[in-house]
Design a protein around this ligand. Structure first.
Ligand code: FBP
Length: 543
């Protein structure tokens, strides 16, 4: 722990997170109502065959007091994948829920993500540790990692390590890939009669772990508030100096939820939504033309400045580049970085031509090794610089044709890591604590293969509903590392949803007018309309 804390950190430490009223009333000794048996969202027969012991479970809804356990139990928790504001509060909610059930219950924090479970590296979490991390950002309490538990030996080692410590439940706090891994672990534990249950919690700033039952992943609310504050500041600088175009790449991996939410919050001149690019089959050239046209139209009214938002995963959605990445993934399936000079001969003629057309830096970035789950490391691809280079080239062509006589001076930014460890907003603080409490209730009810679910999030916290959703329900088959495997399906931006529709109806006006909104920094104290704002995406989707 740092030797000194800020006044804000001290004030936040005293904040008492809100819980759904049922959890407040009954604690974690929960009775759950069971829905009908469930099926996976696609590929049902194959998913069932991969998960014979955990497939088809019912959705659970907390509906009153259950039995209080008479015996103390031990639980493990890991943080997995990228940081997201609120992770510490999931652990605090889990700890308070478990110790409220039985004073002898113990929580083991395994260090550095899934790797800690394999290497048996852990700390026993106590009041002092938990109290010093309440309502704080970051994952530094126990660290995180992206190791994937995948070999038979690793599964066996994890089971043995847990058994040796008397652990009967493992909580995995993670995104879609980490919860896929939680699902596989739950199946292994059940198939081998280990007596160890596995529960997931929905984390990721990307906002792409969501569905009818998981209304939001934690961290998205805070991260988008941080980015929107920064974008607003840049937009105001741009409108003040009137001399720069700012190209801002935003984190979010494949999905454009972050870019869309930030656009709704700040009204930039151009926002590219990857899912629209894919749906409309837009080529890289069409995207560049779209941005260059806005630059030209604004220049025609003497506005040689503006703001462009681009999601970090954009390049993966441009159809011709997507095909190229698919081929590269298969070529690089051994997970080693490739050599740009040697790659051309292994690609199809079309993909080879696309590869050659990309700036050298992007070529190199596309050949970098994949993460342990087989994803391209999109946060390393300099989409912002690539777009600036290509727009500049296009404008020069138009200038030669007498179609552009403005000035184009562009600066690039990448907002990603800046938002992942921010002090959680009130929403994330309350939501995360409730998720941890819900996970404790699922453990007390002896459930496995579930992800904690807290719903009705657009209402005040007291009206939230807690429960559990079978992890297998969110799965489908996808190609990873050159193989077809079961994974939790990423929730991408839907073009027929209310958030996108609002953006689509507004963007032409935002392109030309300086209609910027300056959201300012997250407010933690003060009137509810300032401190408890939901994301605009959630408000539009649920209204
Ligand atoms: P998760 O999916 O694990 O939550 O990670 C999200 C994310 O922040 C992405 O937005 C980003 O592309 C990636 O992590 C960056 O990964 P790393 O932290 O390994 O650089």
């Amino acid at each position: 722990m740092p030797s000194q804390t800020s006044p804000l950190a001290r004030a936040r430490g005293a904040y008492q997170p809100k819980l759904p009223s049922a959890l407040q009333e009954f604690g974690c000794a929960a009775a759950f109502a069971e829905g009908d048996p469930t099926g996976s969202i696609a590929d049902q027969a194959q998913i069932r065959s991969h998960f014979p012991n955990t497939y088809g479970l019912p959705v659970l809804t907390f509906d009153g007091a259950g039995e209080r356990p008479t015996k103390a139990t031990n639980t493990a928790v890991i943080l997995s994948g990228g940081q997201a504001p609120g992770g510490h509060n999931v652990i605090a909610g889990l700890y308070d829920g478990l110790t409220g059930l039985h004073a002898g219950n113990r929580l083991y924090g395994f260090l550095g993500g899934p790797e800690g479970l394999i290497e048996n590296q852990y700390v026993i979490l106590d009041d002092k540790t938990i109290d010093s991390y309440r309502n704080t950002g970051g994952f530094d309490m126990i660290g995180s990692g992206r190791t994937k538990i995948q070999t038979e030996d690793q599964f066996k080692t994890v089971a043995e390590n847990c058994k040796a410590l008397g652990i009967t439940a493992v909580v995995v706090i993670g995104g879609d890939d980490s919860n896929t891994n939680a699902c596989v672990l739950a199946e292994y534990m059940a198939a081998n009669n280990t007596g160890i249950n596995v529960i997931g919690c929905p984390k990721t700033i990307d906002g792409d772990l969501k569905n009818e039952w998981i209304e939001a992943s934690f961290g998205f609310d805070t991260a988008t508030k941080v980015y929107a504050d920064l974008i607003g500041n840049i937009a105001r600088d741009s409108a003040s100096a009137k001399k720069y175009w700012h190209f801002i790449k935003l984190m979010g991996r494949s999905a454009s939820h972050i870019a869309l939410e930030c656009a709704l919050k700040t009204h930039p001149n151009v926002t590219i939504i990857s899912e629209e690019v894919e749906e409309k089959n837009l080529t890289l050239r069409a995207i560049v033309d779209q941005i260059a046209s806005v630059v030209r139209d604004r220049a025609a009214i003497s506005k040689n400045y503006g703001v462009v938002l681009a999601p970090e995963g954009l390049i993966e959605f441009v159809p011709e580049v997507k095909l190229l990445i698919g081929e590269l993934n298969d070529i690089l399936a051994d997970n080693s970085a490739g050599d740009p000079a040697a790659i051309g001969s292994q690609l199809s003629a079309a993909s080879s031509a696309v590869f050659d057309s990309l700036p050298a830096a992007v070529q190199r970035q596309l050949l970098m090794d994949r993460d342990p789950h087989g994803n391209v490391r999109v946060s390393h691809i300099e989409t912002d610089k690539m777009l600036i280079e290509m727009v500049d080239k296009r404008l020069k062509e138009w200038a030669l044709m007498g179609e552009f006589d403005g000035a184009f001076r562009a600066l690039n930014h990448f907002f990603g890591y800046e938002g992942r460890c921010a002090a959680p907003s009130n929403f994330d603080t309350d939501y995360c604590y409730s998720l941890g409490f819900t996970a404790a209730a699922l453990i007390a009810a002896d459930k496995t293969g579930y992800i904690a679910s807290v719903r009705n999030l657009d209402r005040p916290a007291g009206e939230w509903a807690a429960g559990g959703v079978p992890l297998t329900m969110m799965m489908n088959l996808e190609r990873r590392h050159g193989e077809t495997v079961p994974v939790i399906q990423k929730a991408l931006v839907q073009l027929d949803n209310a958030a996108f529709a609002h953006f689509e109806a507004s963007r032409d006006a935002w392109a030309i007018n300086d209609d910027y909104v300056y959201p300012g920094p997250i407010q933690y104290f003060g009137p509810s309309e300032l401190c408890d704002q939901h994301t605009i995406t959630m408000d539009l989707e649920r209204s």
